[in-house]
Design a protein around this ligand. Structure first.
Ligand SMILES: *Cc1c(COP(=O)(O)O)cnc(C)c1O
Length: 343
């Protein structure tokens, strides 16, 4: 990351092409029909850019939300003045498939369904396969927020009828914050139909320059691109997304066992959870802040709940460079913390 390259030189253009090419090959299902662009900004920038560029101005997008990130997609469409409707369910519930089915049957102006693959609000891995089957019957494609699943969960872009997905360098790929990316079908990139309603987030301008040489319209986070290169090399050496998922699953199971030993209840059944993050109910008489502070003073950072779950749950993510011994220590610390609360 201390290498100092100018983003307008051919070396950086080559790195941009390499990153885009490597990203579409993380999954075999995106290797043929999809092309990637990178942009500077966090995951939300990629989600917003995807919706600004591809959600239609004249036809509707149906947002299927069961948490903060799904609701955020609706806020983005609203901010861009794009016609949309929302099927919302409570954050602890699965997506409302019956409502999706009837919305698609009733409203033929819906062209895309926008949704979140792994809803990080709770740790639920949404059943995008089931959603996609409903959408396919209505001939509607998906725009997916895959920010916290890309690189660690299965993504079947072909059979799930995905038109585009957005993700980031700094979650399951283990890069650093600052770069995000959107993968979309070539036919979408090449269909220049719409004004994105944004200058910086108009991904077609990125597509034109990154795929016409490798340059970008605006300054990229050069150092974050170097970090992403290393992260992607490490990812491939480690066996790609399947091995990352296996590793995360083992970590999540270790954390889960420590919680069970402490008498702490999981928010969702294990089979509904991603391998990336799980939520647990705060036991009575324990505040999030004291749990957070105790863990942080020992070198571990956890997250609070969001939205309506802000004061009732806490979340533990297991992405990144975590060693087995660190997880064992975490288990010991967390168990003794909760024991001290019972006595
Ligand atoms: C992290 C995350 C985002 C992006 O959040 P940023 O704060 O912009 O990085 C978007 N969607 C989901 C599902 C996420 O987990």
């Amino acid at each position: 990351m201390s290498v100092d390259w100018c983003h307008r030189e051919p070396e950086f253009a080559a790195l941009t092409r390499w990153i885009n090419d490597t990203l579409i090959n993380v999954y075999t299902s995106t290797g043929h029909d999809f092309e990637s662009v990178i942009l500077t900004g966090s995951g939300t920038a990629a989600v917003e850019a995807m919706l600004a560029t591809f959600a239609p101005d004249k036809a509707k997008t149906l947002v299927v939300a069961n948490g903060v990130y799904g609701e955020r997609m609706a806020r983005i469409l609203n901010a861009h003045g794009k016609p949309h409707t929302v099927v919302s369910s409570n954050a602890i519930e699965p997506m409302d498939f019956a409502a999706v089915r009837s919305s698609l049957a009733d409203d033929k102006s819906i062209r895309y369904v926008a949704t979140v693959h792994h809803e990080t609000t709770t740790g639920r891995l949404n059943d995008v396969e089931k959603l996609a089957a409903i959408c396919r019957d209505a001939d509607v494609q998906l725009l997916v927020d895959a920010v916290s699943s890309f690189g660690a969960e299965a993504i079947e872009a072909e059979s799930w009828n995905i038109a585009a997905l957005a993700a980031t360098a700094n979650k399951c790929l283990h890069g650093i914050p600052g770069l995000s990316f959107v993968l979309a079908r070539s036919e979408l990139w090449n269909k220049n139909t719409m004004d994105a309603g944004s200058v910086y987030l108009d991904l077609r301008s990125y597509y034109a320059s990154q795929h016409g040489g490798g340059y970008s319209p605006y300054t990229q986070s050069v150092q974050a691109a170097f970090a992403l290169r290393e992260a992607l090399l490490e990812f491939a050496e480690g066996g790609g997304w399947v091995e990352r998922r296996n590793g995360y699953r083992a970590r999540a199971a270790t954390i889960h066992a420590a919680m069970q030993n402490s008498g702490v209840q999981a928010l969702l059944p294990a089979e509904d959870c991603s391998c990336v993050l799980r939520s647990y109910r705060l036991p009575e008489g324990v505040s999030y802040q004291e749990l957070h502070d105790e863990l942080k003073s020992n070198g571990y950072v956890i997250y609070a709940g969001q939205g309506e779950l802000a004061s009732s749950i806490f979340r533990i993510a297991n992405m990144g460079d975590i060693r087995p011994s660190e997880l064992d220590d975490f288990g010991t610390i967390v168990t003794s913390f909760f024991k001290s609360k019972h006595t």
